[in-house]
Design a protein around this ligand. Structure first.
Ligand code: TEU
Ligand code: CA
Length: 557
């Protein structure tokens, strides 16, 4: 097994807009991140991943890039970036950027040129198609953010493809010039010393020939079968690896939209030399049936265990996964999978124990280390996220739900939940900014903030610090073989990890009541390595776990 720095390292995702505002304009920025590097180092994380920091009109908060080699002025300057990179490295951490290669902004020079005429040299940088016979869009493809994926261009009488918003035209990867442009942009950052890329919706870059209609199946299935995994995808990924990534000590992390456990190895099998790792959507979407703001299913622990198992079995020794339960696209982890009220602290810690002991690179999203929770937006005027707004506006027309229900759904699942400013202290705006922030601060900042938890040895924050440190010292967390115990237990997740003579046993209670399990024999020669409560209640042959209790036991030699 190849032991690379990115396997053992913990990734911490920063959403720069919401992280820390250094100049008082209400928007987080690069200097703001520099100010917090000591804090980040104190977390014992190793790799910082920045959501897009490039020039952008911010239709989708930076995921619509208008210049791949320029820093968004709101975030700072290139000097600020160079300084951030240098200081991150000085502290022994790595920095990775977000590569949005599937689409750019409609305000990118390429698109501005392309729409001038059918003969423009940039025309073929994008996907254009004639209207269908009735004058409508060329096919039935839907955008991820609602409505048709095609937008009419009156100048040429053709439609262009945008799988996301109409301000995010999809790039045509069939065009070798597009590929070279993207590789050059990657080299530009890698030459500066950047340590890799998280690759936004990378499975979507190759489109089906002739743009055939999608079958009438759920949206998730359409993504897998039609939008992702296109005919030339792996050729492009190999080329990207061969021409760019392989020349640097840098990794590629795919956002695994549309990747399932059956085709995952095509992306990450070491021998194929395409991508280094991926994070899939099965955990992130385990309660989502077809798509966000639609029907959802209740959380089911056995289902979660099955997902982890089938991915473990599928990629075992062939490739590597990253593990995430939250990011800027989903509601807050503790609100979705834990209990953000009575057992807030215990459940946030328990969820970390689970992720830190699963196979794969641990991926943490900003704010989860202090247990930040979902926010309640009081009216649609407070909503920022384009996905949520599109859903709301579409619903105004279809009237499928009442406006109140639509807002409730946004509050439950919407992306703004994860994007509220980081709560640094109990001062105005949670210490994020002196000015009115671009997105409302969660009013619970007086109770939940970094400063308060910094001084509390029992806090979620100090639990993260401690667990991440222990993880670094115990290779079994990362490389151990996973052995499931009590698989059919729907309240408790119990497993063992073994690496030669190192062994840990993990006991996790996913219920808000006490649960018992008979593992006394197995744990007789162990000592507690980490525990989110004081003490472990062992009575005869049973171990009793408190609500959301999580414990890691280590076999004593
Ligand atoms: O996300 C792609 C993606 O699949 C998400 O749109 C996801 O389906 C959705 O948020 C969950 O309901 C990436 C970025 O992470 C996201 O922020 C961007 O909006 C999107 O690509 C377009 O670049
Ligand atoms: Ca700022």
């Amino acid at each position: 097994m190849e032991l690379s720095w990115f396997k053992k390292g913990t990734i911490y995702q920063i959403y720069p807009r919401s992280f820390n505002d250094s100049n008082g304009d209400g928007i987080g920025d690069l200097r703001g991140i520099i100010e917090k590097l000591d804090y980040l180092q104190s977390l014992n994380v190793d790799i910082l991943w920045l959501s897009p920091i490039f020039s952008s009109p911010n239709d989708d908060n930076g995921y619509d890039i208008s210049d791949y080699r320029a820093i968004m002025p709101e975030f700072g300057t290139m000097e600020d970036f160079d300084d951030l990179l240098q200081k991150t490295h000085d502290k022994g951490m790595r920095l990775v950027l977000d590569l949005v290669a599937n689409h750019c902004s409609d305000e990118h020079m390429w698109f501005e040129e392309a729409k001038k005429s059918k003969n423009n040299p940039y025309r073929d940088y994008f996907h254009w198609s004639k209207p269908s016979a009735d004058g409508g869009p060329p096919n039935n493809w839907k955008s991820f953010f609602g409505g048709s994926a095609w937008e009419y261009d009156s100048v040429s009488g053709e439609y262009y493809l945008h799988l996301f918003t109409r301000k995010q035209p999809d790039l045509n990867w069939k065009n070798p010039k597009v590929r070279e442009e993207m590789y050059d942009a990657m080299r530009f950052w890698l030459d500066k010393g950047v340590d890799g890329f998280r690759m936004d919706v990378i499975p979507l870059i190759s489109k089906q020939n002739g743009y055939p209609d999608a079958p009438d199946v759920g949206f998730r299935k359409i993504i897998e079968d039609v939008y992702a995994n296109g005919p030339r995808l792996h050729e492009y990924l190999k080329e990207m690896n061969e021409k760019v990534i392989s020349h640097y000590d840098a990794f590629s992390l795919a956002e695994g939209v549309g990747i399932n456990h059956e085709n995952a190895n095509l992306y990450i099998d070491y021998d194929r030399k395409e991508l280094d790792m991926l994070y899939h959507f099965d955990i992130l979407e385990c309660v989502i049936v077809n798509g966000k703001f639609e029907e959802s299913s209740p959380f089911d622990l056995i289902n979660l265990k099955q997902i982890y198992k089938r991915w473990r079995d599928a990629v075992h020794e062939k490739g590597w996964l990253a593990n995430a339960m939250g990011n800027h696209d989903f509601a807050r982890m503790v609100s979705r999978f834990g209990d953000d009220k009575e057992y807030w602290s215990a459940s946030a810690k328990m969820l970390l124990i689970m992720q830190a002991t699963q196979n794969g690179t641990l991926n943490i999203y900003q704010g989860d280390e202090i247990g930040m929770t979902n926010i309640i937006l009081e009216s649609v005027d407070e909503v920022n996220d384009v996905q949520s707004l599109n859903f709301y506006n579409e619903n105004l027309e279809t009237k499928r739900y009442s406006n109140e229900s639509a807002l409730e759904m946004i509050n439950k699942e919407g992306r703004d939940n994860a994007r509220t400013p980081i709560q640094w202290n109990d001062e105005v705006n949670g210490g994020f900014s002196k000015a009115n922030p671009w997105l409302k601060v969660n009013p619970n900042y007086k109770e939940i903030n970094v400063a308060k938890q910094d001084n509390d040895s029992n806090s979620i924050l100090n639990f993260y610090r401690n667990l991440l440190k222990i993880r670094k010292q115990n290779d079994v967390f990362v490389y151990g073989d996973f052995e499931e115990l009590e698989f059919n237990n729907s309240s408790l997740y119990v497993y063992k990890k073994v690496l030669s003579d190192e062994e840990i046993i993990v006991l996790l209670n996913f219920k808000n009541v006490k649960e018992k399990v008979d593992v006394s024999e197995k744990i007789s020669k162990t000592k507690i390595l980490i525990n989110n409560y004081d003490g472990l209640d062992i009575d005869g042959k049973y171990v009793h776990l408190k609500p959301y209790q999580g414990v890691i036991l280590k076999l004593e030699k």
